[in-house]
Design a protein around this ligand. Structure first.
Ligand SMILES: [Zn+2]
Length: 92
């Protein structure tokens, strides 16, 4: 099974960096390089909806129609980053 980024859902083998990076410079295989770098989220304030919109925008920039972007991103709410039990991070 392909590992996907637990923040944006991108397959990690599609990541040019092969994954995010930890604070000590080692490879992080939970998140991709576009979400996680040097031990920190690049978009720490995103909620799940903002992440989906961000990804659709990125995919559109690469020539993907919006509905395809929507298909690729609709699994995002199921990923680990958005399923912590910490309800204090939920925004309405
Ligand atoms: Zn990602």
């Amino acid at each position: 099974m392909t590992n996907v980024c637990q923040s944006c859902g991108m397959p990690l083998d599609k990541d040019p960096e092969g994954g995010g990076s930890n604070a000590d410079g080692s490879r992080n295989s939970t998140y991709c390089s576009l979400c996680y770098s040097k031990g920190q989220f690049l978009h720490p304030h995103f909620n799940v909806t903002e992440m989906q919109e961000h990804c659709i925008e990125q995919l559109k920039n690469r020539g993907m129609p919006t509905f395809m972007g929507w298909l690729f991103t609709r699994g995002i709410p199921k990923l680990a980053r958005w399923n912590s039990d910490d309800t204090s991070q939920t925004r309405h």
